[in-house]
Write a protein that binds this ligand. Structure first.
Ligand SMILES: Nc1ncnc2c1ncn2[C@@H]1O[C@H](COP(=O)(O)OP(=O)(O)O)[C@@H](O)[C@H]1O
Ligand SMILES: [Mg+2]
Length: 398
C-alpha cells in the first residue's frame, strides 16, 4: 500500500507530502488539486507501463556515475493511456515558469519502509520529461533487506492490479468494445470504464470473496450476481446482463426490471438513465478488487441520487476493508457520510479512512486532514468542508 505521496513542482503543488490510507477521500473546492493527486499516481504507473521508468535497470549505473544528467528514454511520460497532461510547461508548478533555470519535477511514494522517488528535468515543449535521478531503496549491502532482482527497486503499485476511472465515463450505449487484451489480459476497465461490460462478460463467474464486499442479498457469490445486487442498492430492482454479440468485436449490456406482473422486462442502457451506466464501472472496479489493488476514482458519485451515493461509499469502503487501496476524489456529503457510517458499522477501522480537504489560496495548495473516530465522528470541520447545507439552512431559517 502507498502510505505517502510526495509531489514537488507538480501542477498546483510546489511541495506536498500527502498521507494515503486504505481508503483516502480527496475533497475541496473545484481546482484545488484533487485530480492532480490521482494524475500523479497515474503518471508514474503510465510511465512504468510504457517502459519509460524502468528504473531498476538504470539505477546501478546512475548511482555509480553519480548521475545528474538526463537518462536516455527514461522519464515521466505525460501523455498516454491513463492521463494526458500535455507538456512540461503544463506540468511544472507555475511559480517556476518565469525562471530560466531548469527546476526539477519530483514525485515519490512511500510503501511501508520503502521510499521510491523520481526526479525529472523540466523541458517545456516535451511530453517525456527526462529522468534525472531516482531515489530508490538501497539494495546493496547495508541497505534495507529486499530480494535482489528487478523487483527490488520497483514499487508494488507498479505491478499490482490497477483501476483509474475518470470523472468523464462511458454513457449508455447499445454496444461496448470487446478488447480481449485490455479487459481480459490486463483486467483494466479503461479510464472511462469502456471495457467494463466486456470484463463483466468474461469474469461473470468469478467469485467475490467472503467479507463486506459480498452482498448478502445477491442470488450467488458470482461477480455478475454480486454486481447486480450492488447495482440494485443503487437503483432498486435492477438486474444486468452483459453478452457478446456474435460475429462482432462488441459486447452488449442490458438492464432488467421487475415488471408489475412479475416478469422481468429487459431494457437497453439508453432507455434506463445515465446514473446506472455511469456507476457500473465503479461497482465492478470495487467488486473485482483484490488485496493489493490500487483503485483511483474521480467523482464516483456522478449522476447518482443521494441514497445511491451513500451505498457507493459503502462499497468503496468494503473494497478497502478487503485489502484494496482506494483513493477517491469527491464533492459529495453523502459519500463522506457513507464512509463515516462504514466506520461506525465497523466495516472499516477508523485508521483505515483518511480524509483530506484541499484549499487553494492562490499561491499554492495546502490541505487539512480531519481524523475520524470509531463512531464515525470527525475531529474538525474546517470552513468550506461540507458545511454548505448548514450555511444554506441558516439563511433559510434566519
Ligand atoms: N502548472 C501548474 N502550476 C500551477 N498550478 C497549476 C498548474 N497546472 C494546474 N494548476 C492548477 O491546478 C488546479 C487544477 O487542479 P485539479 O487537480 O484539476 O483540481 P480539482 O480536481 O481539485 O478540481 C487549478 O487551480 C490549476 O490552476
Ligand atoms: Mg478534479
Amino acid at each position: 500500500m502507498i502510505d505517502r505521496l510526495t509531489l514537488h513542482n507538480f501542477k498546483a503543488f510546489q511541495h506536498a507530502e500527502i498521507p494515503l490510507g486504505p481508503l483516502t477521500l480527496l475533497t475541496g473546492l473545484n481546482s484545488s488539486g484533487k485530480s492532480s493527486v490521482l494524475q500523479s499516481l497515474a503518471l508514474l504507473r503510465q510511465s512504468h507501463e510504457s517502459g519509460d521508468l524502468a528504473v531498476s535497470a538504470l539505477l546501478p549505473e546512475a548511482r555509480r556515475a553519480g548521475l545528474r544528467t538526463s537518462v536516455a528514454n527514461q522519464g515521466f511520460l505525460l501523455n498516454g493511456e491513463l492521463v494526458g497532461l500535455g507538456t512540461g510547461e503544463d506540468v511544472l508548478h507555475e511559480d517556476f515558469t518565469e525562471d530560466d533555470e531548469k527546476p526539477p519535477i519530483g514525485l515519490a511514494v512511500d510503501e511501508g519502509p520503502y521510499h521510491y522517488g523520481w526526479t525529472a528535468e523540466y523541458e517545456p515543449e516535451q511530453n517525456l520529461l527526462p529522468l534525472l535521478d531516482a531515489d530508490l531503496p538501497d539494495t546493496s549491502e547495508g541497505g534495507r533487506e529486499r530480494p535482489a532482482g528487478p523487483e527490488a527497486v520497483t514499487p508494488a503499485f507498479f505491478t499490482a492490479p490497477f483501476q483509474y476511472l475518470h470523472a468523464d465515463r462511458i454513457s449508455p450505449a447499445e454496444f461496448y468494445p470487446r478488447d480481449h487484451q485490455v479487459a481480459v489480459g490486463r483486467g483494466f476497465l479503461g479510464v472511462r470504464g469502456e471495457h467494463t461490460v466486456n470484463f463483466l462478460r468474461h469474469h461473470r463467474d468469478s467469485t467475490v470473496p467472503a467479507g463486506p464486499l459480498r452482498h448478502p442479498k445477491a442470488v450467488s457469490d458470482l461477480l455478475i450476481d454480486q454486481t447486480a445486487a450492488w447495482m440494485g442498492d443503487l437503483c432498486p430492482g435492477v438486474d444486468i446482463r452483459a453478452e457478446a454479440i456474435k460475429g462482432t468485436d462488441a459486447v452488449s449490456l442490458s438492464y432488467g426490471f421487475q415488471g408489475t406482473l412479475g416478469a422481468t422486462r429487459r431494457r437497453r442502457p439508453s432507455n434506463v438513465g445515465f446514473g446506472l451506466t455511469y456507476v457500473l464501472p465503479v461497482v465492478v472496479a470495487c467488486l473485482s478488487a483484490r488485496p493489493g489493488a490500487l483503485i483511483l476514482l474521480e467523482n464516483p458519485e456522478a449522476h447518482l441520487h443521494p441514497q445511491g451515493q451513500t451505498q457507493m461509499a459503502m462499497l468503496a469502503a468494503s473494497a478497502a476493508a478487503q485489502g484494496a487501496q482506494v483513493v477517491m476524489e469527491t464533492h459529495s456529503d453523502h459519500v463522506i457520510n457513507g464512509v463515516r457510517l462504514a466506520v461506525k458499522q465497523q466495516r472499516l477501522a477508523p485508521g483505515q479512512a483518511v480524509f483530506h480537504y484541499f484549499r487553494g489560496d492562490g499561491a499554492g495548495v495546502d490541505f487539512v486532514s480531519p481524523q475520524i473516530d470509531a463512531d464515525g465522528m470527525l475531529d474538525q470541520w474546517p470552513s468550506g468542508f461540507f458545511d454548505e447545507l448548514e450555511n444554506t439552512l441558516e439563511q433559510l431559517i434566519g
